[in-house]
Write a protein that binds this ligand. Structure first.
Ligand SMILES: NC(=O)c1ccc[n+]([C@@H]2O[C@H](COP(=O)([O-])OP(=O)(O)OC[C@H]3O[C@@H](n4cnc5c(N)ncnc54)[C@H](O)[C@@H]3O)[C@@H](O)[C@H]2O)c1
Length: 370
């Protein structure tokens, strides 16, 4: 198959859909790979490295989209990219369509098959293509919170790790999945007091075993959230229901009761955010303050570490991408977990949670197949 890798154009995004190592695997299996000039530069991969791996370097994104059938990206396509997509394309990337009706309309109009990394599943009920970026984002969330707590960044002027005789910050994590666990791990490493609120009792048991009592777990109810956020110096939002918009767990009226200068890091912002007052921000201007509480809501946190993130992402996407390159959409029929990634096909929404979030009819993909 002809596989295309455009340069990412979302502001502040430096990751790339395929590393040279991954291109070599595609080329080795007989696929032709077209990489846009400079696509890997932000992550430290020069065009030369792609050429050595067997890719053809093309001048611009128009050339990538017209040469390739399978487009492998990182972030959701931007407006100029929707317009390049046609019914002949399979798009394989993060989409996060639930909070983004404009993008959904763009993809529906294009007629392409759009497979979202974040809704591909695995045999253990996990989200294997979201997990590596959640690992990165969970870890970055704690660095970012620590920075934001400092006075010159708008925070209350607290050193997250404390010093002898002065207590560290209290970090409350909403959701103990991949982001939440990685955030808890970093916060524990920095000596913070850590509380994780979860809905899954088996997950809380795992966290309890993993952290040997160093992290407090608490069942996530309205009462528990209200109590914990009032005591928090940092709240990290890390909840998810696959494909759906994030639930608003912290409301505007809560902010006035929180500590002034406390920090909310809404990692769930890519699914609309779990704080009512969240709106997406960028690495260039990551924070804003509402009612004295500083919000950090960067929608592409792993974009800050493009080298680590591109490599980790490609390790997870490679087997699925190779299956799509080998079998086209038939790969979905062979792998029900990859099929769960199909969000849009031939102008219809084909993922139930995405359809519900967008207020669109859900259409069984097999009814529009072929
Ligand atoms: N901003 C970014 O750059 C970035 C990067 C990676 C991931 N994310 C996002 O972070 C979010 C979390 O991802 P993840 O991989 O950790 O997901 P995950 O599925 O591993 O974990 C989510 C957890 O939330 C829990 N949960 C659901 N509802 C809850 C509630 N009401 N209270 C408490 N816990 C609840 C679930 O039980 C689950 O354990 C997603 O929205 C993901 O898209 C954002």
């Amino acid at each position: 198959m002809r596989v295309g890798v455009p340069r990412e154009i979302k502001p502040g995004e430096h990751r790339v859909g395929l590393t040279p190592t991954a291109v070599r695997e595609y080329a080795h299996q007989g696929h032709e790979v077209f990489v846009e000039k400079g696509a890997g530069l932000g992550a430290g991969y020069p065009d030369e490295a792609y050429k050595r791996a067997g890719a053809k370097i093309v001048a611009d994104a128009d050339e990538v989209f017209s040469a390739a059938e399978l487009i492998v990206k990182v972030k959701e396509p931007q407006e100029v990219e929707w317009k390049r997509l046609t019914p002949a394309h399979i798009l394989f990337t993060y989409l996060h369509l639930a909070p983004d009706p404009a993008q959904a309309e763009g993809l529906l109009k294009s007629g392409c098959a759009a497979i979202a990394y974040e809704t591909v599943t695995d045999a253990r009920g996990g989200l294997p293509l979201l997990a590596p970026m959640s690992e990165v984002a969970g870890r970055i969330a704690v660095f970012s919170a620590a920075e934001t707590l400092l006075k010159h960044n708008g925070g209350m002027g607290l050193l997250l790790c404390g010093v002898p005789g002065v207590p560290p910050a209290r970090v409350v994590v909403l959701g103990g999945g991949v982001v939440g666990t990685n955030a808890a791990r970093m916060a524990v490493g920095l000596n913070a007091e850590v509380v994780v609120l979860e809905r899954s009792i088996p997950r809380m048991r795992e966290l309890d075993d993993m952290f040997l009592g160093r992290v407090l777990t608490r069942y996530s109810t309205l009462d528990a959230i209200e109590e914990e956020i009032l005591k928090a110096d940092v709240v990290i939002g890390a909840v998810l229901t696959a494909g759906a918009a994030a639930p608003k767990l912290v409301r505007r009226e809560h902010l006035k009761q929180m500590k002034p200068g406390s920090v909310l890091v809404d990692v769930s912002i890519d699914q609309g955010g779990c704080f009512e007052t969240s709106h997406p921000t960028t690495h260039a201007d990551p924070t804003y303050t509402v009612d004295g509480v500083v919000h950090y809501c960067v929608a592409n946190m792993p974009g800050a570490a493009p080298r680590t993130s591109s490599e980790a992402l490609v390790h997870a996407t490679l087997p699925f991408g190779l299956a799509l390159a080998k079998n086209g959409l038939d790969a979905l029929a062979k792998d029900p977990h990859l099929a769960k990634g199909l969000n849009v096909l031939k102008g219809e929404v084909t993922h139930p949670a995405v359809a519900e979030a967008l207020g669109k009819p859900f259409v069984d993909p097999y009814s529009v197949w072929g």
